[in-house]
Ligand binder design. Structure first.
Ligand code: HXC
Ligand code: NAP
Length: 290
């Protein structure tokens, strides 16, 4: 089996109990990262791994206590600096204030991770216009708002790195996910457009598309426990669901000088999942009704 469950899986927004370095511990020494949705799930693990590699990090989301608690845990375990910010990526003024606060507290931003997202399973026939728009606004518009604010304040003059969390949903199409698939596909397009437009400013822009990642809100909402009990993950090419650490290491790579000549791509971190996973109703959630 390629990879193992072991201690890479932690079923809460807590730091890893133990960590073995795969990259140089100084890989992001002295850098500043801004991570939306960094108080939970994949975003939390990315913040932890960046901090373990010397990066100072700002994490922002709507729930103040969530990001405050997360920041305390991250500082305690890594010894780095972590700023918690209350912001909604849909509101340009809140994003701008959060970026200003980060610059004032940690210095100019070097790395932006657009991780905030909203999703739920819903057949297209039951999905309201507002439901579709809400996911587009959080995922796509939120990514644009944050990227633009960080570019204008920090990247335009000195370059920078953007990592956008997307998904493989839109590659083939998937039931009950038209809203998320469209939102993530639009972000992948944004990645390519901005990579071209801002390459001359030394800005690299890439997408990172996770597959099914254990112990996340995304998996909880999208039928993960059913998929696990039905043994679907063993049938994936790499024989397991991913860990938050798998995604964090890929984000670390994209944010590091090891990826200096990579821009405009979507890096799939899915164990080959999109190639083989059933994507038709009722394979995903047998109890759901169209
Ligand atoms: C149908 C729904 C719905 C549901 C909300 N809506 N939940 N429709 N089924 N389960 C509709 C509402 O009815 C409403 O439309 C509209 O969406 C807005 O709902 P609000 O609750 O007012 O929105 P808001 O408070 O902004 O909350 C956003 C949210 C919420 C996305 C709905 O779930 C959220 O905050 N999520 C953040 C956390 C999250 O989703 N994490 C998972 C990310 S995983 P009407 O017309 O009724 O007023 C992920 C994985 C991607 O992204 C790919 C995986 C493979
Ligand atoms: P998660 O824990 O729910 O993370 C989403 C984060 O976004 C939360 O911390 C949430 O915090 C924040 N957020 C939501 N709406 C926001 C808004 N309007 N403004 C600011 N912050 C907002 O989910 P996850 O499963 O770790 O997913 C992380 C990323 O990976 C997402 O982009 C997701 O699409 C992608 N992904 C996940 C999987 C998976 O298997 N889990 C698969 C493919 C892609 P608040 O509620 O405090 O705002």
């Amino acid at each position: 089996m390629a990879g193992s469950r072991s201690t890479n899986y932690v079923d809460s927004d807590d730091c890893l109990l133990e960590y073995s370095y795969l990259f140089s511990p100084d890989l992001l020494r002295g850098k500043v990262a801004f991570i939306t949705g960094g108080g939970s799930g994949i975003g939390f693990r990315i913040a932890e791994i960046f901090m373990r590699h010397g990066c100072n990090v700002a994490i922002g989301s709507r729930n103040t206590s969530r990001v405050e608690i997360a920041a305390k845990k991250l500082v305690q375990v890594t010894g780095g600096r972590c700023l918690s910010l209350c912001m909604d990526v849909r509101h340009v003024d809140e994003v701008s204030s959060a970026v200003e606060e980060t610059v004032a507290s940690l210095g100019l931003i070097d790395i932006l991770v657009n991780n905030a997202a909203g999703n739920f399973l819903c057949p297209a026939s039951s999905l309201s216009s507002k439901g579709f728009r809400t996911v587009m606004e959080i995922d796509t518009l939120g990514t644009f708002n944050t990227t633009k604010a960080v570019y204008e304040r920090c990247f335009k003059a000195r370059g920078g790195i953007v990592v956008n969390l997307t998904a493989t949903l839109g590659l083939r199409g998937q039931v009950m996910q038209v809203h998320a698939g469209c939102a993530k596909a639009a972000i992948d397009a944004m990645t390519r457009h901005l990579a071209v437009e801002w390459g001359p400013d030394a800005v690299r822009v890439n997408s990172l598309a996770p597959g099914p990642i254990e112990e996340t809100e995304g998996m909880r909402r999208l039928g993960g426990s059913w998929a696990r009990s039905a043994g679907l993950f063993q049938k994936l090419p790499l024989g397991r669901a991913g860990s938050k650490l798998d995604v964090a290491h890929a984000a670390l790579f994209l944010a590091s000088p090891a990826a200096d000549y990579i821009t405009g791509i979507t890096l799939l971190v899915d164990g080959g999942s999109w190639l083989t996973t059933p994507n038709a109703f009722p394979d995903i959630l047998p109890s759901a009704k169209l």
